[in-house]
Write a protein that binds this ligand. Structure first.
Ligand code: AMP
Ligand code: MG
Length: 646
């Protein structure tokens, strides 16, 4: 039920005095910050995980410290058994000691003798090879060998693993479990690491409530606080989250000064546009020299980014929209943070994929476009999934992003693009569903997910889904398109190579707030007639092209009541508008009406079906989907959600 809309920043360019290119902004920020000394501290190994080594580590001892047996067997002299063969066993007398781990040998292995030795035991004087116990035959106080052994066989020589004086690890190495293992093997208990930069994180805005709290009208949850805190930790910083501060210049200045006093870097989000109420950048210019080095960067999303250096400490104001905050943080701030943390630059995994649709881009701004990867007939495809800079769910659907150069105004369909992956482990989905979204879809695909199949659904609307299905880029395209001439859903829209799989019905109806006397006792049609007669009664419409809009137009028969031009793109938005008193009536589907506690007057059933790409019908995942769609479990789940299986 979600539709996509074009990304937008909502901030006019002329609010910024100078918009710098991404490269120029990075260069100015770097010049004001580097070179700088990286503070160091000693840390015990147990607390060094994730830190960067501040100095090269030289191996202080040989590892292993002595020549060591690699197997359970016998230490011997290889030349004693040169002539051993199947029909010519050689007998060696056993010396009277057993070399277990941690036991230093006392007896010399003289010609014609062997000493029992365990894996890890020190090789005794005189011996130059080890034979595995399995390749010997016991013979009382002796053993027989029927095979020659090579000199040095199964011996690890002193220092062969790590040699004393060698550089074990270089400064800047990120310490993980492997590095800790190497350091422990050398007996190193404490190391010099780069001290993690302390990064104070502040959110700004009167509208923000911390997760876990309760939203009052017009409030939203503070998303950036959590994102930035986690991203700082991921990139070698020690995050100090200080909460959200209201848009009050005095309070904010006090909070910023206090935050800077206890940190090496300050990151704010929100309030960076040069509009009324946006005060952070004014405060920044009072916090120390040289102050703001860039305010307004040719990035999309992310134009309002503000970069400053105050008495040597970086101060950053990220854009308010969470996705913008995240992209600018990763692109512009992470490199600086990692340098301050003594870490090497981040190495994001990338791969190449084909872009199935054209991406238009604003000339003059480097643009980040989130993409979802799906497997096509000729390799990977990168589907744009962005919903606009305010949307956070795009992250869930996306595997990574591509960067459109500032000088490009578009990337043509069919282009080969480089995708930077959010995580290096991408798995190409087993089932790809592109089209209109519905809660019912999650219910039907749930059993597939439980069985380990990866299902990717990309919400692009019915028509976008059909186009993808025609190009063979998905398995299924969920659609709900009414053919106005025939009054029949979906059938008329199928093209060659596609077949219709019936999904479920969604009851469309008129919603109003419970107890609204203007609609008492009326059915859907009568309710609309009553609403049209009452000039105080405000409607909420739907966007052009939506199936719901077609039904509304039928009911309105040409009327343009107040509220007609309020045209949101989803069922949920209609319900929210009515529930929050921004409109008095609208049309949505039954389960959404129920979720918002609205009174629902049924009008007409809409058919939510699937255009199946016939060529993919026999695939395992499609078969699993069809099986689930027709299962008793799914039917029950659909009914419980207020949907009616076909
Ligand atoms: P601003 O630059 O403060 O005008 O913010 C731009 C948009 O981002 C507004 O819609 C804010 O509500 C939103 N926003 C700002 N800060 C946050 C935050 N910490 N979490 C989620 N949204 C935010
Ligand atoms: Mg704000």
């Amino acid at each position: 039920m979600n539709d996509t809309s074009a990304p937008r920043d909502g901030i006019a360019q002329d609010q910024f005095l100078t918009i710098l290119s991404r490269e120029e902004a990075i260069a100015r920020f770097d010049a004001a910050l580097f070179p700088r000394e990286i503070p160091q501290e000693m840390r015990p190994l147990a607390h060094a995980l994730g830190c960067a080594l501040a100095q090269d580590v030289v191996t202080p001892v040989d590892v292993p410290p002595f020549d060591r047996s690699n197997v359970d067997g016998f230490a011997l002299r290889a030349s004693d058994v040169t002539d051993a063969g199947e029909s010519n066993p050689v007998r060696l007398a056993l010396n009277a000691e057993q070399i277990a781990c941690g036991v230093f040998p006392n007896l010399v292995v003289t010609p014609g003798t062997a000493t029992p030795i365990a894996t890890g035991g020190p090789v005794p004087r005189g011996a130059d090879a080890i034979v595995m116990i399995e390749q010997t035959e016991p013979a009382g106080e002796a053993i027989d060998l029927r095979r020659a052994v090579t000199h040095g066989q199964f011996i690890s020589y002193a220092g062969s693993d790590m040699a004393r004086g060698e550089i074990l690890l270089r400064a800047g190495t990120l310490i993980g479990a492997r590095e800790i293992g190497m350091l422990a093997a050398c007996g190193i208990a404490e190391i010099a690491v780069a001290r993690r930069p302390r990064v104070a994180v502040l959110s700004t805005g009167d509208e923000l409530v911390q997760p876990g709290g309760v939203l009052a009208p017009a409030q939203i949850f503070d998303t950036n606080g959590a994102i930035v805190t986690a991203a700082v930790t991921e990139n070698g910083g020690e995050a100090i989250f200080l909460g959200a501060i209201p848009d009050d210049e005095q309070k904010l200045e006090a909070a910023m000064r206090k935050a800077l006093a206890q940190s090496d870097m300050l990151i704010l989000s929100g309030g960076t546009s040069k509009g009324a109420g946006d005060v952070s950048h004014r405060i920044v210019s009072r916090l120390g020299a040289p102050g703001i080095v860039a305010h307004g960067v040719a990035l999309k999303p992310g134009k309002p980014l503000c970069l400053a250096v105050c008495d040597g400490k970086p101060v950053v104001i990220l854009p308010g929209f969470p996705t913008s905050a995240m992209f600018t943080f990763h692109d512009m701030i992470v490199p600086v943070l990692r340098r301050m943390a003594g870490l090497p630059p981040r190495t994001d995994a990338t791969l190449h994929a084909r872009l199935p649709v054209r991406v238009s881009s604003e000339l003059g701004r480097a643009e980040f476009v989130m993409v979802s990867l799906v497997g096509g007939a000729q390799g990977l495809l990168a589907y744009p999934t962005g919903k606009g800079s305010g949307a956070i769910t795009s992250f869930a659907q996306a595997d990574g992003f591509l960067r459109v150069d500032a000088l490009a105004d578009q990337v043509p369909a069919g282009s080969d693009v480089e995708v930077t992956l959010f995580t290096p482990h991408v798995r190409v989905p087993d089932l790809v569903v592109i089209g209109s979204h519905c809660v019912g879809l999650d219910l039907v695909t749930a059993p597939l997910a439980r069985n380990g199949l990866l299902v990717r659904s990309i919400a692009v609307g019915s028509l976008g889904g059909l186009a993808a299905a025609r190009r063979g880029e998905c398995d299924l395209a969920p659609i709900h398109l009414l053919d106005e001439k025939s009054g029949v859903y979906n059938k008329a829209y199928l093209a060659e190579g596609l077949e219709l799989i019936e999904g479920w019905r969604r009851m469309q109806g008129i919603v109003h707030r419970p107890g609204d006397p203007r609609f008492a006792g009326l059915d859907a049609k009568a309710a609309v007639v009553a609403a049209l007669r009452d000039p105080e009664c405000l409607m909420v419409n739907r966007n052009q092209g939506a199936g719901t809009r077609i039904l509304l137009d039928q009911l309105l028969v040409g009327a343009r009541p107040d509220g007609y031009w309020n045209q949101p793109r989803s069922h949920n938005a209609v319900a929210a508008a009515v529930a929050q008193n921004r409109a008095d009536w609208g049309m949505t589907i039954a389960p959404v009406a129920a979720a918002y506690g609205l009174t629902f007057l049924p009008f007409r059933e809409e058919h939510y079906d699937f255009a199946l790409v016939t060529a993919r019908k026999e695939s395992f995942a499609v078969q699993a989907f069809l099986k689930s769609l027709h299962s008793e479990e799914s039917r029950r789940a659909l009914v419980a959600a207020g949907l009616e299986p076909a």
